[in-house]
Design a protein around this ligand. Sequence first.
Ligand code: PLP
Ligand code: ZN
Length: 449
Amino acid sequence: MTMPSRETAWQECINPDCRAQFECARTLFKCPKCGDLLDIRYDWDRIARPAKLGAFADRWARRDQPLDFSGVWRFRELLDFCPDACKVTLGEGQTLLERNDPLASQLRIKPGRLFLQYEGLNPSGSFKDNGMTAAFSHACMVGARSSACASTGNTSASMSLYAHACGLKCTVFIGSGRIAFGKLSQAMDYGGHTIQIRGDFDDCMRQVQAVCAREGIYLVNSLNPFRLEGQKTIMFRVLEGLGWEVPDWIIVPGGNLGNSSAFGKAFAELRRIGLIDRVPRLAVVNATGANTLTQLFNERGLRWNDGRVDQAMIDAYYDDLTQRGFSPHTCASAIEISRPVNLKKCLRALDICNGVVLAVSDEEILDAKAQIGATGLGCEPASAATIAGLKHLLADGVVGRDERVVCVLTGHPLKDPNVTVEYHRDRKGAFSNPPVEVPNDLEQIIRHL
Ligand SMILES: *Cc1c(COP(=O)(O)O)cnc(C)c1O
Ligand SMILES: [Zn+2]
């Protein structure tokens, strides 16, 4: 079971009572000994890397070198698990950290303290591409032929894009009626074989794991630890955008909890190798209709506890969901998940970053989304949970109005046009901006200007 000592990267079980190690060349997704989640670990002493974070940014200028141009792979020494020849890139990670003073002013935050990280600018329009470039690089390294995922939408769009970039077959499992149109249209257009299961995301997630195990298909959900390695780079780029200064807060929506997990790991590793000297605090925001993390963390006190997470508490919570026939519901379809696969890793991230968890209503999400659209580049509903959550954190005094806050906007506004049109056209909230209908007459048109 132990890996050969010459490896600089390996897979390791996060369960402190197991800690089994496996070569990166294996395709596992869960610890074969105890069934817990796997991490990618590195022998940092043996990885030659730039002494300063700024050196990574310099690579961006070399646009003719795909791995330097990629916002993921120009940080390649910090996710050094596969040879360059296997890396699959589509120019992901060309994203923007926007200082948004107009929105800061609406939230009564000091100017220059609120930043929005637009991950919707990725090739498939969501942050998932950061993870998918890493997962498919690993898939190519192990010679996978076929890939699959369960998806609320964006994973399927991203997978379909990357699978075909490297010639893998791909199958998407989606729940019936729960997917935003922009995302479904991408999966179909990019040629993903789409299977709609009569059930919700959690049902799809269970089925896809069984299918992949039985048929030897490469699974690209965030259960895949290589995906999370790619998603670490979102935080590297945030630091880059801040001139390598660590912000006070990172705020991220919580669905399957892969992103929050990856962010915690990114900061722990940067601190461990001496590239930063402190970590930011982390706020993970659920929708109230899909609030497992909030319930377990805030109401029941579930904690990382040095890796000895109270599994019985989690099992009891899930048993109760099953007995009640509970299915999560929120307009933010990307976070409509009640059994988050990365729950334990997220607890670790909250531990590393002294994090907080909260839930926001759909109304709050939609209002925040309209405010982001009216002051910045816009986002999809799940992403707006960050600003909705920030309002609560400011009101409760958890976040100070002079603290430096980065909200991660996970997906592009065109992902879910229906929700946007309904909000504005049907005047659903305080920030609705409906079109005005006028007769085809110049005088009347001018009167309505
Ligand atoms: C996948 C997704 C999320 C949820 O991220 P997790 O890592 O699963 O918590 C949030 N927003 C968007 C737009 C997504 O696509
Ligand atoms: Zn294990």
